[in-house]
Design a protein around this ligand. Structure first.
Ligand SMILES: CC(C)(COP(=O)(O)OP(=O)(O)OC[C@H]1O[C@@H](n2cnc3c(N)ncnc32)[C@H](O)[C@@H]1OP(=O)(O)O)[C@@H](O)C(=O)NCCC(=O)NCCS
Length: 332
C-alpha cells in the first residue's frame, strides 16, 4: 500500500471591499506612494471597516467560498484550524465559532498563532492529522484583521498591513501528492523586534498601556527585514537541495507577502525565473496569516496536478520555514 499523504483539495479566499491606497495613507501619515512602492511593493490594502466584525467574519467568508466552490459538505469536516494573530477575543478560540457558523457541526476546532508563519505551521499541523489516518477532512483557515492592532499614526507599520482571509482543505491522497517535506524553525530572539507588548499575561491591559499605545504592533523594520531575508532564503534553498529539486523542477514559489524585496531575495537564492514567483502584495499588503492561502486562491487557475510548490514564510517570534508540496488537482 502506498504511503498516505495529505493534499490540498480545495481553496477559498476573501478580502473586504474597502481599499486603503498609498495615496490615502499620504493624507494620514508622513509618507508617499513612491517610498511605499519601492520599499515594499505595496500599492493598496483591504480594510474591514465594520466596527462590529472581527477576524471570524473574514474566516467565515473564506471558508464559505471554499465550501461553495468545492461542494464539500461542512458536516463532513473533521477539524477546523484557524491560523490567526488577531482572534476575535483572547478567550474563546475563534475557530470554534467559525466552525459552528459554517456548519462544521461534527468538527473540533482551535486557533494556532505563530504571527506571519501561522498558516505555514498550520499546513504542517493539518497535514500531520491527515497523514496519521485519524481525520479525513481538515479545514485550515488563515485570517487576520490586522487593522484592529495597527496604529494609523505610525508610518512604520500602517503602510504594511491589511485584512484578509484564505482557506485550504487537506485530505488524504494515495498518489503521493500533497505535502512532501518541511523545514520549520523559530528563534525567541525575535520577540524584541516585532511585538504587541500589552494585553497578555506579562503586561495585562491597563489605562497606562493604552495611553502608551502598547496594544498596537511595534516593529523594528530594519532588523526584521535582515532576519527575514537571510532565513527565508536559507530554508527555501535547503528544502530544494534536500529534495533534489533544481530550479527547473520548481513550478511555483508561494512566499509570505511581507515585502517585495524579501520575496525577490528568496527567489534569487532559489535561482527561480520571475514568472514562477507569485505576487499579490501590491493589492493586499501583508495580511499576516492570510498571505499564503490568498496566493493559492488567486492563482489556483495556474496550478496543474503534480506541480511542485515551494511555500516560504517569515514572521514575528521569530518563526519561519519552508514547505514542499505537490499540487493535487487541475482546476475545473
Ligand atoms: C518596514 C520596511 C518596509 C522599512 O524599509 P527600510 O528600507 O528598512 O526603511 P528604514 O526603516 O531603514 O527607513 C529608511 C528611512 O525611511 C523613513 N521611513 C520609514 N517609514 C517610512 C514611511 N512609511 N514613509 C516614508 N519614509 C519612511 C525612515 O524614517 C528612514 O528615514 P531616515 O533614513 O531619515 O532615518 C522594511 O524594513 C521591512 O519591510 N521590514 C520587514 C517587515 C516585515 O517583513 N514585517 C513583517 C514580518 S513578517
Amino acid at each position: 500500500m502506498s504511503k498516505l499523504t495529505a493534499a490540498i483539495t480545495a481553496v477559498g479566499g476573501y478580502v473586504p471591499d474597502f481599499v486603503l491606497s498609498n495615496k490615502v495613507l499620504e493624507t494620514m501619515v508622513d509618507t508617499n506612494d513612491e517610498w511605499i512602492t519601492t520599499r515594499t511593493g505595496i500599492k493598496e490594502r483591504r480594510i474591514l471597516k465594520d466596527k462590529d466584525k472581527g477576524t471570524s467574519f473574514l474566516a467565515i467568508k473564506a471558508a464559505e467560498d471554499l465550501i461553495q466552490k468545492s461542494g464539500v459538505n461542512p458536516a463532513e469536516i473533521d477539524m477546523v484550524l484557524l491560523a490567526t494573530t488577531t482572534p476575535d477575543m483572547p478567550v474563546a478560540a475563534t475557530a470554534v465559532y467559525v466552525a459552528t457558523q459554517i456548519g462544521a457541526v461534527n468538527a473540533f476546532a482551535y486557533d494556532l498563532q505563530a504571527a506571519c508563519s501561522s498558516f505555514l505551521y498550520g499546513m504542517s499541523t493539518a497535514a500531520a492529522y491527515v497523514q496519521s489516518g485519524r481525520y479525513k477532512k481538515v479545514l485550515l483557515i488563515g485570517a487576520d484583521k490586522m487593522s484592529s492592532i495597527i496604529d494609523y499614526t505610525d508610518r512604520a507599520t500602517c503602510i504594511i498591513f491589511g485584512d484578509g482571509a484564505g482557506a485550504a482543505l487537506f485530505e488524504p491522497n494515495e498518489e503521493g501528492l500533497g505535502l512532501q517535506d518541511e523545514i520549520l524553525r523559530s528563534d525567541g530572539i525575535g520577540r524584541e523586534f516585532l511585538k504587541i507588548e500589552a494585553g497578555g499575561s506579562l503586561l495585562p491591559p491597563s489605562h497606562e498601556t493604552i495611553d502608551n499605545g502598547q496594544h498596537y504592533v511595534h516593529q523594528d523594520g530594519k532588523t526584521v527585514f535582515k532576519y527575514a531575508v537571510s532565513n527565508m532564503a536559507d530554508v527555501s534553498e535547503r528544502i530544494m537541495q534536500r529534495n533534489d529539486l533544481g530550479h527547473d523542477d520548481v513550478n511555483w514559489l508561494i512566499a509570505h507577502q511581507a515585502n517585495r524585496r524579501i520575496i525577490d531575495a528568496t527567489a534569487s537564492r532559489m535561482n527561480l525565473d520571475e514568472s514562477k514567483v507569485l505576487i499579490n502584495i501590491e493589492k493586499y499588503g501583508n495580511t499576516t496569516s492570510a498571505t499564503l492561502p490568498l496566493l493559492l486562491n488567486d492563482f489556483e487557475h495556474l496550478f496543474k496536478k503534480g506541480d511542485n510548490l515551494i511555500f516560504a514564510s517569515f514572521g514575528g517570534g521569530f518563526t519561519w520555514g519552508s514547505i514542499y508540496l505537490k499540487w493535487a488537482y487541475d482546476k475545473k
